[in-house]
Each structure stands twice: as structure tokens, then as C-alpha cells.
Design a protein. Structure first.
Length: 317
């Protein structure tokens, strides 16, 4: 176990690196995955409660000049299995009016059948507490459709929306989730999609969150009101074939407030509180440590440097 050492030089370094960054409110951020990740976004391959916690498997993803290509592999978050790979997330703060998240991707099934092959958008608090909006293969007839799922403490249910089915030839979709402006913030979520059939972007359904009495979707409510993780994911539960499907993501876009790297306490600014949190946790190891800024399961110099070099950064900055 490393010993925590707070030195004058470390604190002084923080003070020297303070910068003033003006928040841009509902600023849109976008990653086009053009050969690499957008360095302005603090992407993490982290899924608290999953094994592995740091889900990155670089042998199963790559970049083309315009897409992030994730070669799927057996693993899932479903029903306490929590053994998924290459789950890509961003930490976000509480939503503001007019929020949205959107992605477009192509699901190359590569002849896969006999499993619920899926990919799409993810809202994540824990591997046992998440919500997904996804394109999925019906293993019984080979068609595609849009589905949703919600899991809380191992209890898995439909997420309140499911589309009609269509031909697997229409395997490029745009998925969008957005604020329902006629309701209270965090109470309702609109689901939209375009499956490339020529009819353009269309509304699928408006889903009430757990902020509406009687509805169970706590993840949507809690992330929107308090912050959490959003991102993209793939799931290949139960698949035993030799050729693996691939999901090629064209872009990811949102105007939710992305927490800057080093914002340990999630208050949308990297400041003294974050620096002290890392210093007092210095040397700790394990998963689910908020002070483990880079997600490598140890609080060390790398995390401290991230806080120092991000000092003063704010959401939207």
C-alpha cells in the first residue's frame, strides 16, 4: 500500500495551474470517431460493478477513418452476469432543459443468429443499475427491432418501449433520447429513431421515469437529476458462434454537461475539493473509487496529474 504524502510542491503545483473557464451551459459535444477519440471528451472504458471494472479490450475494437468499430464478444450486464467488454462511458452532471443524446451505428451481424445481439445507448449508475435503448436481433426470426431495458439490483424489465420489426438489411440506425419539454425535467424521456427506410427521424414513444409515481425507471430519473454515466455499448449474451458481429459507431453527440477529467465529486468543476480527495485517497486500490480518475483501479500520480492539469476546468469548458 502506498503512503499518502502531501507535499508543498503538489499543492503549489495546483495553485499554479488554476485557470478560469466559463461554462457554456447546454453546449453540444460530439465525437465523430475520425480515426481516434475526440480528446476534448473524457471517455472511459469504465462500468462500476462489472468484471472487469475497466472494460477495455483493445484487441476487439479499432478505428476506421470515420467510425469506431467494436467487434463484439460474449458478455453482458444482464441479470447479474456483469461480464461485458468495451463499454464506453462519459460522466455527466445533472441535465438542463432541452438535453439530448444521440448516436448512429451499423450492426454487422456477420451471419450471427440464436442470440439477442444488440448495441446502442447506455445510461449507467452500476452494472446492476442501468437503462439501455438499443437495436437488437430477434434470434427466432432474424429480424431487427428497437428495444429498451432497465435493471435495478438484478431485477431486469422492459424499458417501456419496443418498435415493430424490420429486415436485417436495414442495419444502420440513428438513436436519439431527448427531453420532453411539456413535463418536468427528469420526468419524461422521448425516444426517436431513423432506421434508413426513407421515412427519416421519427418519434417512437415518450417514457415516464421514476419521477412519475408508479413508473420504475429510476436510472433515467437519477442520472438526469443527479448525474451519472452515459455512453455506448454492445451486448452478445448467449452467443456461441465463431464469427463475431461488429458495431460500427459513426458518432456520439450530446448536450448533457460532460464532467471534466479530474472532477472527482461531480460538481462540474475541478478545484481544491477534487485535489484533496485524490491526495487523501492516494495509494488506495480497487474498483469503484471516485478518486481513481483514469479508471485503472489505483489512486496514484496519474490521477493526481490529471486533476492538476485539469484544474479550473468546468462542464462545457
Amino acid at each position: 500500500m502506498r503512503q499518502m504524502i502531501i507535499t508543498k510542491s503538489k499543492v503549489l503545483a495546483a495553485l499554479l495551474l488554476v485557470t478560469v473557464v466559463v461554462s457554456a451551459g447546454n453546449a453540444q459535444v460530439r465525437d465523430d470517431f475520425d480515426g481516434a477519440f475526440n480528446p476534448a471528451l473524457s471517455w472511459q472504458w469504465v462500468a462500476p460493478g462489472n468484471t472487469p471494472y475497466h472494460t477495455e479490450d483493445p484487441t476487439h475494437y479499432s478505428f476506421s477513418p470515420s467510425t469506431l468499430d467494436i467487434v463484439m464478444q460474449p458478455g453482458t450486464l444482464t441479470l447479474n452476469e456483469n461480464n461485458a467488454h468495451n463499454i464506453l462511458t462519459l460522466r455527466v452532471g445533472p441535465a438542463q432543459r432541452g438535453w439530448y443524446i444521440e448516436t448512429r451505428f451499423t450492426l454487422d451481424l456477420a451471419g450471427a443468429s440464436g442470440a439477442w445481439v444488440q448495441a446502442g445507448l447506455l445510461w449507467l449508475l452500476h452494472a446492476d443499475h442501468y437503462y439501455t435503448y438499443h437495436l437488437v436481433l430477434n434470434p427466432f426470426n432474424g429480424n431487427l427491432f428497437l428495444g429498451t431495458a432497465h435493471e435495478e439490483n438484478g431485477s431486469f424489465i422492459n424499458g417501456g418501449a419496443q418498435s415493430s420489426e424490420w429486415s436485417p438489411n436495414l442495419n444502420t440506425v440513428t438513436l436519439r433520447m431527448q427531453d420532453y419539454l411539456a413535463g418536468d425535467l427528469g420526468s419524461y424521456v422521448e425516444l426517436w429513431y431513423d432506421n434508413g427506410d426513407g421515412n427519416g427521424m421519427r418519434w417512437l414513444i415518450t417514457v415516464p421515469t421514476a419521477a412519475v409515481p408508479g413508473w420504475p425507471f429510476t436510472v433515467l430519473r437519477d442520472v438526469l437529476l443527479n448525474g451519472g454515466r452515459i455512453g455506448i455499448y454492445t451486448d452478445l449474451s448467449g452467443y456461441t458462434g465463431e464469427v463475431m458481429p461488429m458495431a460500427s459507431f459513426d458518432y456520439f453527440e450530446t448536450n448533457l454537461p460532460i464532467l471534466p477529467a479530474g472532477d472527482v465529486n461531480g460538481d462540474c468543476i475541478v478545484d481544491d475539493a477534487d485535489l484533496l480527495a485524490v491526495l487523501f485517497a492516494f495509494g488506495q486500490t480497487g474498483a469503484n473509487l471516485a478518486e481513481d480518475v483514469n479508471g485503472d483501479e489505483v489512486v496514484d500520480d496519474a490521477d493526481l496529474l490529471t486533476v492538476l492539469f485539469s484544474f479550473g476546468s468546468q462542464c462545457g469548458g
